[in-house]
Design a protein around this ligand. Structure first.
Ligand code: AMP
Length: 380
């Protein structure tokens, strides 16, 4: 096994949003230096990094130069082109590997991988034409969800299909690129499990998160999820199996649907820290961001035990609709933690920050976090 990368070394992160920012904060706390690479300036990650490189992922010279200066490369988003990762890999270790990224940046590859590993996914078919859509709709049965195979997130590039829909018309916006038709799953709850795997193969999972969405964007996360202990154990076991099957080094989120009969279906993977794991920065012995540092540096993983039941609420640009939010109003609640990502322009639907609150149980924590968020909007 390779030598660990020790504090003082330079860690590289591709992508420069809030996930990279929190990774950089965790890395700096441990005494590392952080460089970030993305096509943007004055980014959430760049603002707290030692160096912000602004260049295209297709700029081979810039990618190689970046990779030469760092001890290891990791990611805060998975849609970095494969050849960018290959260039970097000639100069430094890349964790998670290009193989993991390649699988997770494409819904079809991801589902085929999971199904091939014997893990539960919704019935799905590859679709490349209106005819294939019609044929697969018959085999799988509608309702279903049609999703672009690449570059979808937060419900973008997908559409629910009802049995009465005109499938030829529904296919039009998807034409020209591969898509996936999935059976619509009637779930009771959406849950996620964050899992980390170290260079030595050690694996940790955090307690299961329960997620509520609004307009396809994560709204509230409760941790621990309000589910039976036995179901939580199965969900964590599934995430563990995903990490083993992928030979992951780093942190990965496994989004799942929990059905009324207790069955669990994996929806999708994100090979990086995840919005549903933000609670861990305040509410866990080791956050998902610190664990990413430990994992990619080849250090022992930390405990994922929760300190308190917690709830996280996302803060979208919509909170600025009546002017600058009333920060003091939210912070008046002493158990509330405020995280802002340093983004200059609030736009509706844009993730600007989040709030975390604690409670005797997650319902109480959620009540507090919702009250804090409501207090942000100035009264007219
Ligand atoms: P995704 O982009 O795949 O994470 O999907 C976004 C959201 O759409 C999920 O969080 C679910 O609420 C919903 N969704 C996606 N796929 C399905 C499915 N097969 N059945 C039911 N709901 C789904």
């Amino acid at each position: 096994m390779s030598e660990p990368i020790l504090p003082g070394a330079v860690l590289g992160v591709m992508g420069s949003g809030q996930l990279g920012r929190m990774f950089a904060i965790a890395a700096r706390r441990l005494g590392y230096r952080v460089h970030t690479f993305s096509p943007e300036y004055d980014t959430p990650t760049g603002q707290v990094a030692d160096k912000e490189v602004t260049a295209s992922y297709d700029d081979e010279t810039a990618v190689r130069e970046f990779a030469r200066e760092i001890a290891v490369l990791t990611f805060e988003f998975e849609n970095v082109p494969s050849r960018t990762v290959e260039w970097a890999a000639e100069h430094c270790p890349v964790r998670p590997s290009g193989k993991v990224l390649h699988i997770c940046q494409h819904r079809l590859r991801e589902k085929e991988f999971l199904a091939g590993a014997g893990l539960p996914v919704a019935p799905f078919r590859r679709i490349e034409s209106a005819e294939e859509l019609a044929a697969s709709a018959k085999t799988i049965g509608l309702p279903g969800v049609l999703k672009t195979a690449a570059f979808g997130y937060d419900g973008k590039g997908q559409r629910k299909l009802a049995p009465s829909d005109d499938l030829t018309a529904a296919w039009q916006p998807f034409a020209g690129q591969p898509a996936v038709l999935e059976k619509f799953i009637t779930f009771e709850r959406e849950i996620s499990v964050l899992v980390a795997r170290g260079v030595d193969g050690a694996i940790t999972t955090w307690p299961v998160c329960e997620n509520e969405h609004a307009n396809h964007i994560l709204d509230i996360t409760y941790c621990p999820a309000r589910i039976p202990v036995e179901v939580a154990a199965r969900a964590r076991e599934l995430a563990h199996k995903v990490a083993v099957a992928l030979e992951l080094v780093g942190v990965l989120a496994v989004e799942m649907f929990l059905l009324a009969n207790g069955e669990i279906v994996i929806n999708e993977l994100a090979p990086r820290p995840h919005n549903s794991g933000h609670f861990s920065f305040d509410a866990s012995v080791t956050s998902q961001f610190e664990q990413q540092v430990r994992a990619v540096c080849g250090l022992p993983l930390g405990s994922t035990e929760s300190l308190r039941p917690a709830a996280m609420a996302n803060l979208l640009g919509d909170a600025w609709s009546k002017g600058e939010p009333n920060w003091a109003g939210a912070l008046k609640l002493p158990e509330v933690k405020l995280h802002l990502y340093g983004k200059a322009t609030p736009k509706p639907g844009r993730k600007m920050g989040h709030l975390v609150a604690f409670g005797r149980d997650v319902d109480e924590a959620a009540e507090i976090v919702r009250a804090a968020r409501a207090a942000l909007v100035p009264h007219s």
